[in-house]
Design a binder for this molecule. Sequence first.
Ligand SMILES: Cc1cc2nc3c(=O)[nH]c(=O)nc-3n(C[C@H](O)[C@H](O)[C@H](O)COP(=O)(O)OP(=O)(O)OC[C@H]3O[C@@H](n4cnc5c(N)ncnc54)[C@H](O)[C@@H]3O)c2cc1C
Length: 215
Amino acid sequence: MKTKGHRTEGSRYYPKRYDFDPAMRNAILDEGLVCHVAFQREEQPIIIPTGYCRVDNTLYLHGSVGSHFFMEMAKGIPVCVSVTLLDGLVLARSVFNHSMNYRSVVAFGVTRLVESDEERWMAAERFTEHVVPGRWADARKPSASDMKKTMFIAVDIQDASVKFRAHGVGDDPEDMQLDVWAGVIPLRLNAQLPEADESGIPNIPLPEYLTDYHR
Ligand SMILES: Cc1cc2nc3c(=O)[nH]c(=O)nc-3n(C[C@H](O)[C@H](O)[C@H](O)COP(=O)(O)OP(=O)(O)OC[C@H]3O[C@@H](n4cnc5c(N)ncnc54)[C@H](O)[C@@H]3O)c2cc1C
């Protein structure tokens, strides 16, 4: 179902950069950690960055029950959610043809307050596992009071598009003889060596699931 006022059939600019196959969309959503949620607060459009996870065709967000942002979403409002993965800087010989390699999703849906205990616990576990696979089995589970302080919001995706750029420099023929370095600087989200918090029990060995953390 198309949401009023937007187009997800892509733009006439670089139509080849669009992909509507849910598989690519889901792969980007599963690699990303932060989304931006756009919604209207009275006359003011607002975009809030927040963590998320995907379960099938639904995005789950979690936050404090005291958060204005979450209380707003609990009313069931139309939102646009975007996730961007930056893969590289494209340095052409001309400034005009500089670009970026990226993969991005723009998704539309209406928020839904998650009310059933079953779905709330599922969302809590999937969110934790999305950020750090293996962590749910290791960390202390949320207490009844933790869960009472946490709101879960679901966004069932009604419509979405993927846009991506994943190639090299696209210079104009007349610039190819310029004595200017051109190429791509690949970018990756790299985890550094984990730094232990020694304020509790010291020298707890690094869990296996953290020895090679990557997205
Ligand atoms: C990487 C990342 C991950 C996050 N993950 C979560 C999460 O999982 N759950 C969660 O509840 N929150 C998360 N946050 C915080 C989130 O962005 C909001 O700050 C919070 O949810 C909004 O709380 P609120 O209702 O108090 O804000 P509101 O009352 O809605 O915000 C009031 C005003 O504060 C300003 N504001 C709010 N948030 C931000 C922001 N992040 N940066 C700059 N200005 C801001 C805006 O102008 C907004 O109009 C995350 C933020 C970042 C950057």
